[in-house]
Design a protein around this ligand. Structure first.
Ligand SMILES: [Zn+2]
Length: 213
């Protein structure tokens, strides 16, 4: 009996070890003399385009998830396809991954973040949740406490930020995984600082008026 290929979706926050997992899987397949193709999203510029880099120091080349993807998989006939940074993929690109599974009978393991720095779902992640055969969470702990992390908190100059573009390409922002409680606490702190600043601005304006009289 032939094994039926599946579309796996493995999601986790930043620093949950997704890239390390990918490199490990590729290594396991190759040790058995099997072939793996690794794809990554085009917009990840953190380590140069087309690379999967783990924070523990391993790195390897990855193919771009572009319109050539299907043709490359058909030509190379790998035993497995692994995809990194699927949160940046479009709905159509995720559907292509399903096509690799269903039409070519090749398993696809898709890795990515579920939500952005505002806690909202990425388009690619939403599509994977809708169509994947198996959904697995890669867990990690909160940067501040010991609860499970679930938010990718964006930090600018050491302070958590909650507004801005979903993709901050080339920015110097850092991300830390936080649990819901710590994320909400940071958000509240951020709003209080904003409120305080606007109150100060109002007071400044008033003193300007007083000075002029
Ligand atoms: Zn926490």
């Amino acid at each position: 009996m032939t094994k039926l290929a599946k579309l796996y979706y493995r999601y986790g926050t930043m620093n949950s070890g997704k890239s390390f997992d990918i490199l490990k899987i590729a290594n396991n397949y190759e040790e058995q003399g099997k072939k793996v193709l690794i794809f990554t999203s085009v917009v990840d510029t953190r380590h140069g385009i087309g690379k999967v880099t783990s924070r523990v120091g391993f790195q390897r080349e990855a193919l771009l998830m572009d319109e050539q993807m299907m043709a490359t998989v058909e030509r190379d006939k790998p035993d497995c396809v692994v995809v990194d940074e699927t949160q940046f993929a479009s709905t159509e690109q995720i559907d292509k991954l399903a096509e690799i599974v269903d039409c070519l009978d090749i398993p696809v393991i898709a890795y990515g973040l579920m939500t952005d720095f505002q806690g909202l779902m990425f388009a690619g992640s939403k599509r994977l949740l809708e169509i994947a055969d198996r959904i697995e969470e890669i867990k990690t702990v909160c940067w501040y406490c010991n609860r499970k992390a679930r938010f990718n908190t964006r930090f600018k100059d050491g302070k958590a930020v909650f507004t801005g573009e979903q993709l901050d390409i080339g920015g110097n922002d850092k991300y830390q995984p936080l649990c819901r409680k710590c994320y909400m606490k940071e958000k509240e702190k951020n709003e209080q600082v904003k409120l305080l600043k606007s109150e100060e601005a109002k007071l400044d304006n008033r003193s300007d008026v007083v000075d002029q009289s």
